[in-house]
Design a binder for this molecule. Sequence first.
Ligand SMILES: [Zn+2]
Ligand SMILES: [Zn+2]
Length: 336
Amino acid sequence: MPKNELLEITAAGIYCRPGDFYIDPWQAVDRAVITHAHADHARPDCRHYLAASDGEGILRLRLGNDIRLQSVGYGEKVALNGVSVSLHPAGHVLGSAQVRIEHKGEVWVVSGDYKIESDTTCAAFEQLKCDTFVTESTFGLPVFKWRPQTDVFADINGWWRSNQAAEKTSVLFAYSLGKAQRVIAGLDATLGPIFTHGAVENVNKCYLQAGISLPETRHVASVEKKNAFVGGMVVVPPSADTPAYTKRFTNVSKAFTSGWMQIRGMRRRRSVDRGFVLSDHSDWSGLIKTIMASEAENIWVTHGYTAEVVQYLQEQGLNARQVDTRFSSGIDRTEA
Ligand SMILES: [Zn+2]
Ligand SMILES: [Zn+2]
């Protein structure tokens, strides 16, 4: 790797040598700049964290209240050993950020996870321009193409309505940080009560404290009468799909929300009645559009279908390369 590169991949993660900090490190380090609070990006035990202030509550919920955290507003510039660092909305979950690094006239942007379709539960994605763009590629295959989320929410509410007519309980699996809140915000709360698993309820509180409006929800554990759930909507994380947990609901219809529902067979493997294609990541065209609009001379591709995206970009004449991070092979099947 040429010496003048602003970022390099080390055993602990993406490292900025001139600034002496890591971005989403996968080992405990002195100084970590965090793109967002998902577990594969925010790990515990770092000595010092820098993150967007919108996500402070969730980060402390996940990593502990006592972490040493400097939270900054979007666009605010911080100097780390002479390197200018600023965080910009990634549109992924509340507080998610792209990291922009500027040093000696050179600009690099690390996208973290991002989605370009805006939703009401987090700040909208900001398109940046840079010399080198580090992009994720979770859904980096042309087969991944999202329908407008308003259509997907209409489907979810329609499913809820038909379950009600059949006196069923709707149980919707959604990743507890981000997806669950986005789904809840899209529910038609006039249809009936919305119940949540404790993991979802805890994150909801952080969203409400950050000023995001969500319909009223009730923690499942606070409900005593079993038949209170009939006709209601219960939002739970995928990990709660166990007989021990779901036995409290009678006459259940189950659905799963994820970008992976686009793939035939994923719904069957999850053994749910419905699969709703809803992701907090960009689809194929969102990724390509963002990469092109960055006007970057160099593109580093991480975290997903790296080889496929690199090949496509090279065919377009771009200087793209695959960057192996801890996440490259392990495509995230839960939060996406
Ligand atoms: Zn994420
Ligand atoms: Zn991720």
